[in-house]
Design a binder for this molecule. Structure first.
Ligand code: IMP
Ligand code: MG
Length: 179
């Protein structure tokens, strides 16, 4: 698997340092609040488990599954809800946890849906941000790292459902796409 990578963008240590920094900020901002973390499946799972260990306030977690990508590397601009939350988020301070913010189509749809459920507050934390790719009007309050417009895999991020289990994040060699 490692042989398929062209370059490593974030090492395991880089990722842990980001989680530590974000966790500290989120801890400060959510003291005394009713924090409810919503992980967006499946990409955010690895990031979520590391991040919430660094958040030192009581919190609940749940997951949503949406699809905007259909196996390739380009967004189709369509979002479909595959799994909804299992409980009410009314009056909660909701924090959406996402792996990567690219065009913003996915997060725009999710925030509109969740905001309609009478939440007390709604914010986004994303591990990675590709600001140059943005199409929808949406920004994350907490960003782990801004990256250039390149397709990345690892640490939850996939190419055709593979590479999610890599402990670091990198770019794929051109020959992998040609397969
Ligand atoms: P958006 O709707 O264009 O912002 O896309 C967000 C979703 O697309 C993310 O949750 C990822 O699942 C996927 N995605 C965007 N960029 C990448 C990438 O570089 N590698 C892997 N998945 C990506
Ligand atoms: Mg995703």
């Amino acid at each position: 698997m490692k042989n398929d990578l062209k370059e490593i963008l974030l090492t395991e240590d880089d990722i842990q340092a980001i989680c530590e920094t974000l966790g500290r900020k989120i801890t400060e901002d959510y003291k005394g609040k009713d924090l409810f973390c919503v992980g967006i499946l499946k990409g955010s799972v690895l990031f979520m488990t590391d991040l919430i260990k660094r958040i030192d306030v009581p919190l609940a977690i749940d997951f949503m599954d949406v699809s905007s990508y259909h196996g390739g590397t380009e967004s189709t601009g369509e979002v479909q809800i595959l799994k909804d939350l299992g409980s009410s988020i009314e009056n909660k301070d909701v924090l959406i946890i996402e792996d990567i913010l690219e065009t913003g189509t996915t997060l725009k749809s999710i925030t509109e849906l969740l905001a309609s459920r009478r939440v007390k507050s709604l914010e986004i934390v994303t591990l990675l941000d590709k600001p140059n790719r943005r199409k929808a009007e949406i920004e994350a309050k907490y960003v782990g790292k801004k990256i250039p417009d390149e397709f990345v895999v690892g640490y939850g991020l996939d190419y055709q459902e593979k590479y999610r289990n890599l402990p670091y994040i990198g770019t794929l060699k051109q020959e992998v796409y040609a397969k």
